[in-house]
Design a protein around this ligand. Structure first.
Ligand code: URA
Length: 277
């Protein structure tokens, strides 16, 4: 992510943003060895070497991206005032503090992205980016073609008409059926409310894709670090939606790359104990 130079300096704890601007204007700041006086300059704190008065800024922790297969019966936040099991119980091996990008209901499962890259997380959650989220769902009954068409066009919920969706029919059981639904918004309980609106309550919900990421065969309750390729795909998605032609801000291991962290999925002891989480 490219960030304004004065913010990078301020984030390092060296000075306030206003003071950092003064440092820049006074020619005290170099980026990759060159004096920069332009306040609008953007840099990649993971890649560019920023110095003030010839001294490096304190290193910013590398960006880390984690994919968790959140199990049912687990809150998708880091803590829970009600004392229920949380995703923190499942992430004890992740040393840097990461935050969930969005949420999944307590009784939902599937792909939950976590990162310490706040700017990217914010962008991925922003409605303007329309990040696709795909859910495999089991619903009561079997949807008619009309009901599927209406889900795809948009249904009226109490917070307004939903945007377009893509629905693929899956298998049928005796009284229930499976669907895959892709939505491009992130309202609370959206999929459940949409299916409720067409008369087919959701019985089971698993998020299987988030933007360019696929859950694959990661078992419930386990996590893995994203590869550099996956993290760059997320960044590319945001850049593409921004219509920016700026170069990729990250080219070296800032993503919890497999060279720095184990590439296999992990299961903490707490996780094993809390398999029910
Ligand atoms: N939609 C829902 O209704 N629940 C989730 O957990 C995610 C999407």
């Amino acid at each position: 992510m490219l960030i304004r130079l004065q913010k990078v300096i301020a984030d390092s704890g060296l000075a306030s943003r206003r003071k950092a601007e003064a440092f820049i204007a006074e020619g005290r700041v170099t980026v990759n060895g060159r004096v920069v006086r332009e306040l609008g300059t953007k840099v990649d704190p993971q890649r560019d070497h920023v110095k003030v008065d010839g001294r490096h800024l304190k290193p910013v922790p590398p960006h880390v991206f984690v994919m968790l297969n959140k199990p049912k019966g687990c809150v998708s936040s880091l803590s829970d005032p009600a004392g229920r099991p949380t995703i923190t119980d499942l992430l004890s091996g992740v040393r840097l503090r990461v935050f969930p990008v969005g949420r999944l209901d307590y009784d939902s499962e599937g792909l939950l992205l976590l990162t310490n890259d706040g700017a990217l997380a914010q962008a991925l959650l922003h409605p303007r980016y329309h990040v696709a989220k795909t859910y495999a769902i089991k619903v009561k009954g079997v949807l008619s073609e009309d009901e599927i068409a209406s889900l795809e066009r948009g249904v009226i919920l109490e917070d307004g008409l939903t945007g377009k969706a893509i629905v693929k029919k899956g298998g049928k059981a005796e009284k229930n059926s499976w669907l895959e639904i892709t939505i491009f918004e992130g309202r609370k309980h959206q999929v459940k409310r949409m299916l409720e609106a067409v008369g087919h309550p959701v019985l089971k919900l698993t998020r299987v894709r988030f933007g360019p990421l696929a859950l694959g065969d990661l078992p419930a309750g386990r996590y893995r670090y994203l590869t550099d390729r996956e993290a760059n795909a997320l960044r590319a998605l945001v850049r593409a939606r921004l219509g920016s032609s700026s170069p990729s801000p990250v080219t070296r291991g800032s993503t919890g790359s497999p060279s720095r962290v184990p590439s296999r999925d992990h299961e903490s002891r707490a996780q094993v104990r809390r398999r029910a989480c």
